[in-house]
Design a protein around this ligand. Sequence first.
Ligand SMILES: C[S@@+](CC[C@H](N)C(=O)[O-])C[C@H]1O[C@@H](n2cnc3c(N)ncnc32)[C@H](O)[C@@H]1O
Length: 391
Amino acid sequence: MMLCILGRQPELGRAELAALYGSTKMIGREAALISCDSFDIQATGGTQKAGRLVLEIPHTNWPAVSRAISEYYLPKWQAGDHKITLGISVYGKTHVRPRDVNNLSLSLKQKLKKAGGSLRALPSKELTLNTAVSHHNKLGLNPHKIELLIVQNDGKTFVAESTGAQNITALAKRDQGRPKRDAFVGMLPPKLALMMLNMAVGEAASPQNELVLDPFCGTGVILQEALLRDYNVYGSDLSDKMIDFTGANLEWLQTTHKTGGKLTALHQGDATNATWQNAKNITAVVCETYLGQPFSATPSPAKLREVQGNCNAIISNFLKNIGAQVAPGTSFTIAVPAWRNLTTKYITRLPLVHHLADMGYEQTNQKPLLYYRDDQVVARDILIFKKPLTK
Ligand SMILES: C[S@@+](CC[C@H](N)C(=O)[O-])C[C@H]1O[C@@H](n2cnc3c(N)ncnc32)[C@H](O)[C@@H]1O
C-alpha cells in the first residue's frame, strides 16, 4: 500500500491517481492511499511525495505515536552500521506542533546514539519538510536517508516511509531550459501537462502504441511530456510561430533527454476546421485550448460574457470537428478556461462543460477539476471524457 501526498490542488492529483491505479482512498484532503507495489513518483505530476505504508495506528495521541515509531525503527537502525539521515513530515488535521516533531527526531537520535548508532535529524520550522528539501537531501532514495510521512485524520495515524519526492529540479529544467518560451500564450506547467496525460492515457500497457494529439500545441509542453512518457505525438496550432516554437522545443528535448516515441506530424491548423492526418490512429487528445485574453483583475460582467461566448464557440466547434474524425474509444483530457472573481471567488465556467453528452462524448469527471494560483483570474477547468465505443 502506498501513501501519496498530493500537490496544491489535491483533487487533480487524486483524479490522476484514479486514472493510473483505479481506486484511491483519501485520508483527509491532501493524502491518498493506493494499492500498488511500486510507484514511480516521477511519472506523476500531482503527487509531491510518496511512501510505503508501514504503520496504521488507531489513534492520534502523539506520545504513543512517537513510541510506536521508535519501537518500529530503532531495532532496524541499530542493526545497521550506517549513519541515518531523518526527516519527518506531519500532514492532516492534527494537533501536533513542529516542536513535537523535532522532539521525536531528537529522542530517536539520543536513543540510537546510546545504542552506538548515529542519526542526523533534519530540523524543520514547519510540520512538513518542503518538497525541495526532501528532494535535495535525496530522502527516500537510499535506505539510510529516510523521511517519515505521517498523516493524522479522523482519529487515526498513518505512517509511511518515503520512496522519494517529486524531482523539482528536473521539472524546472524542462520548464525553463526550453529554447522557445512565450509568456503570452501562457505555457502550461509541465506537472499539469503530465497529470493531464495520465488522466487521458492511464497506465499504458504499450506506450509505443499511443498517439497523443495536441491541436492547440503552443510551445509544445504537452507533447514534450508525452515524448518523455514514450508516447508518439502529433501537434497542430493556429499560429505558424507556435508550430516553429514546438518544433524547436521538441528538438531540444530529444537532444537533452531520453525520450521514446516520435513526432509523427506537426502543422498549422485551425482546430475548428482542421483535418488531422490518420486521425483514426490518435488514441488520446490532450490539450490546453484557447483560453481567451489574459486578465490581471476581475473583468466587467459584459467583458466576461464576451470572452466566455467567444471561447465557448471556438472550443465547441473544435470538439464537433475532432469528434467526427477520431475513432470511438479515443480519450480526451482538455483544459478550458474558467474565470474566477477574485473578490467573491465565484467561478464562471463555459456553458459547453454541461453539454459534452450532447456533443456525443461521455464525461469521466463529474466534479469540476480546477487548476489556478490564488491571484489568477483565468483558471484551467480540466475536462476528462471519451468518444464512446458505441453510440
Ligand atoms: C493556451 S495556449 C496553449 C499553450 C500550450 N499548452 C503551451 O504550453 O505552450 C493556446 C494555443 O491555442 C492556439 N489557438 C488559438 N486558437 C486556435 C484555434 N482556433 N485552433 C488551433 N489553435 C488555436 C494559440 O495559438 C495558442 O498557441
